[in-house]
Design a protein around this ligand. Structure first.
Ligand code: PLP
Length: 452
């Protein structure tokens, strides 16, 4: 009998709690600091931005946090998501490796992002908030928050990074179908946006700039709070449904991964697949966990581990993270969701402790892997997870050389149906490869905040 390739769970097997890695860290994650006083922040400092339930999750040390039934009900629209063995890719690569992937592209938004937009909208609704602002890079997060806001009856305003607004017009349209208002960032409607436009009228925008605009907007209105699609502890927490399901599915497949791979922009899908397995690693399992980032925005592989702002206008608290500097504006690569100057404090901490590895690729080899994957498996991946595919394929090719039969698991965080302009450029040999120049690291250092 042919070996199975698809591993699905029943609805009742969907996780009912999120896994909080903070309960199992060998050392606690460094404190978040107030941008003015440089002292550790308390809940009151975050209250203008987030509802209290999310602030509690941000600092919680409880190992499991129950998923509210209203959130589970919406999760069930697409969860549990499938896990596949990429047998046709294995064959094409002629590798003894076994390649598995968890597929988050089955969500209504096409990515993993609704795993956190739904609970974020829910907790805001429960606390009487009427309107949410946010930023979006490639548009996946904006669509996800727009959908969640629609489902809970909240208004939604999205500051979309200008280069993506131009590259991915249909993601913008989908946000609008879900009822959100979308602006190309930098805008002239916020002070942060106007400051950027004054120094660079043609700014392509960046996630750091769009975050500044969304935060500035939210703090000015009583009825409004801000939602972030990555980076923060509570966002990574919500994504752990991915890894918890994957663990059960790998068990059903009869394999345990030797290597787990995910792309990392702010770190949320990577954390989602990896954290439940890192728990096993802390308990003695021998697994490698690899974050993959673009060579054009390599925060882990070329950044500095230090306190920095989460946004360009220095409005957010200071977090300790691997950063390229808060005023770094990456080149307009097509993996818009990976164009963030920093990295989640939790991922940064784990990388600093040596629990994780990281690797960076330019966009052409990434698109080459994406097209090969599409030929073999029939799924068109988004440019962001195509970074994970590149790394998984390289791992499998190394197995072909060594004869090892490793089990590789990667997260396919979203489909690329709205990224066809990027594929068109790749197929037309019109995709430049940007590599982050060393001198920019030094430049960024000069602008970092000095903490006494
Ligand atoms: C499909 C997809 N994968 C990955 C990412 C990167 O974000 P994160 O590192 O938070 O998973 C994005 C961000 O927009 C995305 O849309």
């Amino acid at each position: 009998m042919a070996e199975y390739t698809t591993f699905v769970l029943e609805e009742k097997e969907m996780p009912t709690a999120w896994y909080n890695i903070q309960a199992d860290l060998p050392e606690p994650v460094p404190a978040t600091l107030h941008p003015g006083t440089h002292q550790p922040i308390g809940p009151a400092d975050l209250a203008p931005l987030f509802p209290m339930e999310l602030i509690k999750q941000e600092v919680s040390q409880e190992r499991y946090i129950e998923i509210p039934e209203e959130v589970q009900e919406i999760y069930r629209l697409w969860r549990p998501s499938p896990l596949y063995r990429a047998k046709r890719l294995e064959k094409l690569l002629d590798t003894p490796a076994k390649i598995f992937f968890k597929y988050e592209g089955v969500s209504p938004a096409g990515s993993h992002k609704p795993n956190t937009s739904v609970p974020q909208a829910y907790y805001n609704k429960m606390e009487g908030v009427k309107r949410l602002t946010t930023e979006t890079g490639a548009g996946q997060w904006g669509i996800s928050l727009a959908m969640a806001c629609q489902m809970f009856g909240l208004e939604c305003l999205v500051y979309m990074v200008k280069v993506s607004y131009q590259q991915k017009p249909y993601r913008r349209s989908l946000m609008e179908v879900f009822g959100a208002k979308v602006l190309a960032s930098p805008t002239d409607t916020t002070q942060s946006g106007r400051n950027i436009l004054a120094s660079d009228p043609n700014s392509p925008g960046s996630l750091g700039i769009a975050i500044s605009e969304a935060v500035e907007d939210a703090v000015q209105r009583e009825d409004t709070k801000y939602a972030l699609g990555s980076v923060l502890n509570h966002v990574l927490l919500h994504q752990t449904v991915i890894g918890q399901e994957a663990k059960l599915q790998m068990e059903k497949a009869g394999f345990y991964p030797d290597v787990i791979i995910g792309c990392a922009g702010g770190g949320s899908n990577f954390a989602g697949i990896a954290f439940p397995f890192i728990k096993d690693k802390f308990e003695g399992k021998n697994i490698r966990i690899v974050a993959v980032e673009p060579a054009a925005c390599p925060s882990l592989t070329k950044g500095i581990y230090t306190y920095d702002f989460g946004d360009t206008a220095q409005l957010t608290p200071l977090v300790k993270m691997y950063t390229l500097g808060h005023d770094f504006v990456p080149e307009g690569i097509h993996a818009g969701g990976l164009r963030y100057h920093g990295m989640s404090p939790l991922i940064s901490h784990l990388y600093h402790l040596g629990v994780l590895e990281a690797v960076a690729y330019p966009q052409n080899p990434v698109f080459e892997a994406a097209v090969t994957f599409t030929h073999a498996q029939g799924i068109l991946p988004a440019p962001e997870p195509s970074h994970a595919i590149r790394a998984a394929m390289d791992e499998a090719l190394r197995c072909r050389e060594s004869g090892e039969s490793k089990t590789i698991l990667f997260n396919l965080s979203g489909h690329g149906h709205f990224d066809l302009a990027a594929y068109e450029n790749y197929l037309g040999s019109n995709l430049p490869d940007f590599v982050y120049p060393e001198e920019r690291v030094k430049e960024a250092l000069a602008h970092l905040p000095v903490i006494a």
